[in-house]
Design a binder for this molecule. Structure first.
Ligand code: SF4
Ligand code: SF4
Length: 255
């Protein structure tokens, strides 16, 4: 059986997902035995830009107009397109800029000598092309990537948790930072998969994996307001990683 042809691509982001893949040190040789990696600019000097691909893994948000063109080309040549990481799945940190004018951002960050380059409102990949499967995380969990590769190679759609970070946190028997300590924890509305990494260390979840399906944002906001947080505090936290997410946008529009 021939190996599936794979491309690993990056739009705007920190390249964290590509680094996670490269950090699969113990598994890299097995990955190379299973996959025919044709394009991976961060890791390879020779890349095939034209061949058709079985699977394209794409990280990062759409921020530059050229990225829209390049993503459409990747989609055209790929049987499956997998969004990797919270920027690709939800817009991520890059989408925080959508709330602020480009001029203001430039002035604050670079001062008057700065130059503004062309950009579009930062968006997740699914706003432009069909995405067949998403693995969120900032960055993704290595185990979820490896499980996804194993499933895809066998022709199966990967199975990821559909519950919230709170479930993992409860399984780990942590003290609840939201209910017991009145901290701004987004665990109840954030998709699990990190084994409640932050809450395990006594740090509230900042929602870096994006919202769980059917996230009850209204209830989370109500609980946080009861504990004295301002709407501004709460919205700033909600928007940090998944501003364009429909559940968050719908809630923001209502308030
Ligand atoms: S600490 Fe946060 S993640 Fe853990 S149970 Fe409480 S709200 Fe959920
Ligand atoms: S606990 Fe929350 S902020 Fe921390 S890694 Fe998990 S999803 Fe991200």
């Amino acid at each position: 059986m021939s190996k599936p042809k794979i491309g690993i691509f990056g739009m705007t982001g920190c390249a964290g997902e590509q680094i996670v893949i490269l950090n699969c040190e113990d598994e890299l040789m097995d990955i190379l035995k299973l996959l025919d990696i044709r394009s991976f600019h961060t890791a390879m000097s020779k890349n095939d830009e034209k061949c058709s691909l079985d699977i394209a893994f794409v990280e990062g948000a759409l921020v530059h107009p050229e990225e829209e063109i390049s993503l459409k080309e990747i989609r055209k040549r790929s049987r499956l397109l997998i969004a990797l990481g919270t920027c690709a799945v939800w817009g991520g940190v890059a989408a925080m800029k959508n709330e602020v004018s480009r001029q203001r951002l430039k002035d604050i960050v670079y001062g008057s000598p700065g130059r503004i380059f062309k950009s579009i409102p930062a968006q997740p990949l699914h706003s432009l092309v069909k995405v067949d499967f998403s693995i969120s995380g900032c960055p993704i969990e290595k185990e979820q990537f490896l499980q996804a590769v194993a499933s895809l190679v066998h022709g199966d759609i990967p199975v990821l948790p559909k519950y919230a970070v709170c479930t993992e946190c409860k399984i780990n028997e942590n003290t609840c930072l939201l209910l017991e300590k009145s901290e701004l924890c987004l665990g109840p509305i954030t998709i699990a998969g990190c084994n409640a990494r932050c809450a395990n260390c006594g740090i509230p979840c900042s929602g870096c994996r994006g919202p769980v399906e059917e996230a009850n944002i209204a209830s989370e906001v109500e609980i946080l307001e009861e504990r004295g947080f301002t709407l501004r505090d709460i919205y700033n936290q909600l928007r940090t990683f998944a501003g364009p997410a429909e559940a968050i946008q719908t809630h923001l529009a209502k308030r």
